[in-house]
Every structure is written in C-alpha cells, then in structure tokens.
Design a protein around this ligand. Structure first.
Ligand code: AQP
Length: 347
C-alpha cells in the first residue's frame, strides 16, 4: 500500500468501504466491490491493517426505502458480505446508522464542502435527473456523508467500483479543505482502489448503463440471490450483437454488450480479457452465453446458498453487526472528538 498522508503526517494504512442496502446485491456490487473487500481483508491479515466494511443504510434512505425492505436488505447485504468471504473475526462489519459518529462528522463536512462541488457530482445528476427540486437534501449531501464514513476512521484506502471514483476524489477535496482551513494535518488523502476486469459491470439490457440494484428491469442485472435458472435465463436473453466474438481486445471497441459479457467472464474466471478472447475468439454468442452461464452459476451458487442459510438466523446477523458497531465506534469516537476540538467545539 502507498503512503496516503498529505504532507508530513504518517497515517497508518486502514481500509474502509461500504455498500447501500438499497436493494438486493448485484453481480456488479460483487465483482466491483465485495471481491476486492475480501482480497484486501486476506492480503492485510498478517500486517495488522484493519479492514472496515459497512452497510451504508443512511445513504440508502436518500431515496425512498420501504422500512421492512431496508431491514431485510441490510441483513441480506451482511449475509452477502459473510458468504463472499468477509469474516467478522478479521474485518469489522456493521451498519452505518449504529455508529452515530458518521453523521456527526458528516455535519462538519456539510459545512466544509461547497455547493458547487456537490452540483458537479455525476451520481447526483444521474439520480436526481431532471427533477432536482424534488430530490432529497440527503441525496445532494450524500458525498459529504461518504467522506465522513471514510475519514472518521482515517481510512487511507477505499476499494470501490469505477462509479465511486469521483466521490473518493471529493473526499480528498474535503479532507484538504478541512486541513487547510484549520491549519492542521489531521485527515489523510484517501486513495481509491479500483482494480480487476470488472470495475464497471454494465446492464445486461443496455451496455451503456451500469448494472444497478435499483434498475426497474430485473433482467438488467444478476442478483446474488438468483437461482441457476434465473442466471442462465438472464444471460441467454442478454442483449448482444450478431457478430462472433473477436480474438483480440481491439475487436470489442464499439461493442459494449459483448465487452461487458467478456469482462464478466474474465472476472469470474480470474483471467485477463486477453486470455479469455484467446480462448473464445471466433465463437458465436449462442456458444459463449452457455459457457458464461455455467461459470456464473458455479461461482455464485455457493454464495447464494450460504446467504440463504445465514438469513435463516437474522438474530445472529444482528449480533455480528452490533459487535462490529462497537469495534467501529472505538476507532471513530476519538477521531470525531479531535475534529470537534479542532473546530473549537466545547466537549
Ligand atoms: N455495476 C457495477 N460495476 C462495478 N461496481 C459496482 N458497484 C455498484 N455497481 C457496480 C460498486 O459497488 C459498491 C457499492 O455501491 P452502492 O450500493 O453503494 O452504490 P451504487 O454504486 O449506486 O450501486 P447500485 O447497485 O447502482 O445501487 P443503487 O441502484 O441503489 O444506486 C461501490 O463500490 C460501487 O462502485
């Protein structure tokens, strides 16, 4: 890991990331984020670097969530984390609303971040769409809370998919402005960690849109809870073009749907896109899609099976999250206290 300190201060490496329980987990969340979370947990075990992974329920409610669905989705997300290989004995796992320090530091950052910065956020523009006047204030302020999620742990590294890069850059801007305004070297310059063949998994129905939990079309995504039949059917019906697969990467230019399916195959089989194309170049989609479906079922079924098993004992999931929240608070509380001191608030 690189040293992420802004100037003279040494910040110990620490990893933080989160996912919104705003729907069921998708293959995009898994390949773009969770697999990286697990890699970083396992790679950093021996070095004592903490890995902290959150279910960001306060972000989820920036758009309407049915309360019962939010509860279920939060537990299911926790089950997805654990079933994918996150181990509560190795990583801190909790839901955001149990650690009030996130929202408390988030308020300080609302007063540091500038309106113009927030207005430039692509996700705000995409999610608020043409109806910005009717979007929640929380949706607009979301990136400042995300900065607080990260910086309340002085996290130096954040594994995310490509779509979150801009928010991590904004986190650095907020940290730099706080440090500059108060003449301190208190918050680190956090690095996004964006790696792998599938940092941006696209919709199965439209290769120009990212695969998303909140896409109205269930056929656009593979859910981590889909059974083998659903996975095979979604891949079979995935939009493609009529040409055979190329043997080289250049042949995927201007073919977003083909590129997406090849990227997914590469990520699931732990190969590079070049290696996959060397193997499948020249094949028609009628041959490639069943190969991809078999691979996806083989990789995802054990995870969905384990998620279902864990969901049978929701109390155990809740207990894991409560314990994780206690551990998280131990790190976050002194950082918040120091931030309040810097700002001049009496404690
Ligand atoms: N399609 C994707 N490809 C690669 N990575 C992805 N991520 C999400 N979709 C893809 C990564 O998953 C992490 C958690 O994302 P999130 O749930 O906090 O928010 P999101 O990016 O807005 O994800 P969704 O699925 O699109 O949720 P909704 O529909 O509620 O907005 C992040 O690291 C993200 O990059």
């Amino acid at each position: 890991m690189t040293d992420a300190a802004p100037t003279g201060t040494q910040f110990s490496p620490r990893v933080f990331s989160g996912i919104q329980p705003s729907g069921g987990l998708t293959l995009g969340n898994y390949l773009g984020a969770i697999r990286r979370f697990v890699d970083m947990q396992n790679a950093n075990q021996d070095s004592g670097i903490e890995t902290i992974y959150c279910m960001v329920d306060q972000h989820a409610i920036t758009v309407w969530q049915n309360p019962a669905d939010l509860t279920r989705n939060t537990r299911e997300l926790a089950a997805g984390y654990i079933a994918s290989g996150l181990d509560p004995a190795k990583s801190i796992l909790f839901n955001q609303s149990q650690v009030a320090e996130h929202a408390q530091l988030g308020w300080l950052f609302n007063c540091v971040a500038r309106m113009g910065w927030m207005q430039r956020m692509t996700q705000w523009k995409d999610k608020a769409g043409k109806n910005q006047q009717n979007a929640s204030l929380g949706l607009f302020a979301y990136p400042a809370l995300m900065a607080a999620d990260i910086l309340v742990y002085h996290a130096t590294h954040v594994p995310v998919g490509e779509d979150q890069k801009q928010h991590v850059e904004l986190t650095r801007d907020i940290a730099a402005k706080f440090n500059h305004d108060f003449g301190v070297d208190f918050f680190p310059m956090t690095e996004p960690v964006i790696e792998g063949a599938a940092t941006r998994v696209m919709s199965l129905r439209d290769g120009s849109k990212k695969m998303s939990k909140s896409d109205p079309s269930d056929m656009s995504r593979i859910n981590m809870t889909d059974d083998a039949e659903a996975i095979a059917s979604k891949i079979r019906k995935a939009r493609t073009d009529p040409d055979a697969l190329p043997s080289e990467v250049d042949g995927l230019a201007e073919r977003p749907e083909a590129r997406n399916l090849v990227n997914i195959y590469a990520a699931l089989s732990d190969q590079t896109v070049d290696q996959v194309l060397a193997d499948v170049g020249g094949k028609q989609f009628s041959e490639f899609k069943p190969m991809l479906a078999d691979l996806a079922v083989a990789k995802l079924s054990p995870i969905s099976g384990e998620m279902a098993r864990l969901m049978e004992t929701p109390d155990e999931i809740d207990a894991i999250l409560r314990k994780g929240a206690d551990q998280a608070r131990e790190i976050a509380a002194p950082v918040l206290k120091k931030a309040y001191d810097i700002v001049g608030m009496i404690r």
